[in-house]
Design a binder for this molecule. Structure first.
Ligand SMILES: [Zn+2]
Length: 295
């Protein structure tokens, strides 16, 4: 969807409301609190309904709006603004910074743009995660810039990888990626991650590098596991390699470091969700609609 497609689809606030209404309530309006479908449209306020079943007292209704239970609920910003921000986020391959969004859309303040981006990232967490199958690559990386490039007051004054945050990821050769921030890349953590993301019935190969944390995937988890030895200059041995995972890491790093410059541990999981979402939906024609579905 190009910017002009977007503008044609969403000319005004009413179009956004209608769109959200159809996405949420195509099968009929239901109460977001008790899921009851017997709700009554408010006569006084458009896009508001009342549920008689879960009100605070008998005969006193629970009132809800189109945005109740979505990330737009508490916001004073119009849906059109949210939609524009989301559209920019899902269509920018390497992400887009809050500062750039603020400049492009005039969000009032930079803080508002930043807050909106963060809420939207939270909406991109994949709700229907299906375990990976076939040939799966697993690899870990470290996020965070070099300490010497940081401002003095932002320096962590830690040498080596200590200042960086470990992230683990897996990708199936069919192309779905899962990544996650971890406390450290030790064996129990790596094993737990593999256990969580692999479909044991449908995996044909788990490919990793020689990192000792991946040892015993066969013995302990019964997985078909092969490694390439990067330290000895071996990167590909037949189907055994982690090249797809490494491409995702470089996309992620170029994005996070190039667009956002640095990212703190507190917010890294949200950036990972954003990159994972965009990557896994790169062939999805309606990536915007899919993202709205999670909001
Ligand atoms: Zn209810």
């Amino acid at each position: 969807m190009t910017i002009s497609d977007f503008e044609r689809l969403f000319p005004d606030e009413g179009a956004c409301r209608t769109y959200l209404f159809v996405r949420r309530f195509a099968g009929g309006v239901h109460c977001p609190r008790c899921n009851n479908a017997q709700v009554y449209a408010s006569k006084a306020r458009p896009w508001h309904w009342q549920c008689m079943k879960c009100g605070p007292k008998p005969r006193s209704p629970y009132r809800f709006a189109l945005t109740t239970g979505t990330i737009f609920e508490e916001s004073k910003k119009p849906l059109l603004m949210w939609f524009k921000v989301l559209h920019l986020m899902v269509t920018s391959k390497k992400g887009i910074s809050a500062l750039q969004i603020h400049r492009m859309l005039g969000t009032g303040s930079y803080q508002t743009a930043w807050y909106m981006c963060m809420r939207l990232r939270a909406g991109m967490k994949d709700p229907d995660f299906r375990k990976l199958m076939g040939i799966i690559e697993v690899d870990e990386t470290y996020m965070g810039g070099l300490d010497k490039n940081r401002h003095y007051d932002k320096k962590k004054h830690v040498r080596g990888t200590g200042a960086k945050i470990p992230v683990i990821g897996a990708i199936s050769r069919k192309g779905n990626v899962v990544c996650k921030m971890i406390e450290n890349a030790d064996m129990p953590t790596l094993h737990r991650f593999v256990h969580e993301i692999v479909d044991k019935e449908k995996v044909s190969l788990v490919a990793t590098d020689e990192h000792s944390g991946y040892q015993y995937l066969t013995r302990w988890q019964g997985l078909p596991h092969e490694t390439v030895n990067h330290r000895q200059g071996e990167y590909v041995r037949g189907v055994v390699h982690t090249n797809n995972m490494e491409s995702f890491w470089s996309l992620l790093k170029r994005g996070v470091l190039g667009t956002y410059h640095h990212v703190s541990k507190k917010y890294l999981p949200l950036y990972l969700a954003e990159f994972q979402f965009r990557f896994n939906n790169r062939k999805e024609a309606d990536i915007f609609g899919k993202a709205i579905g999670g909001c």
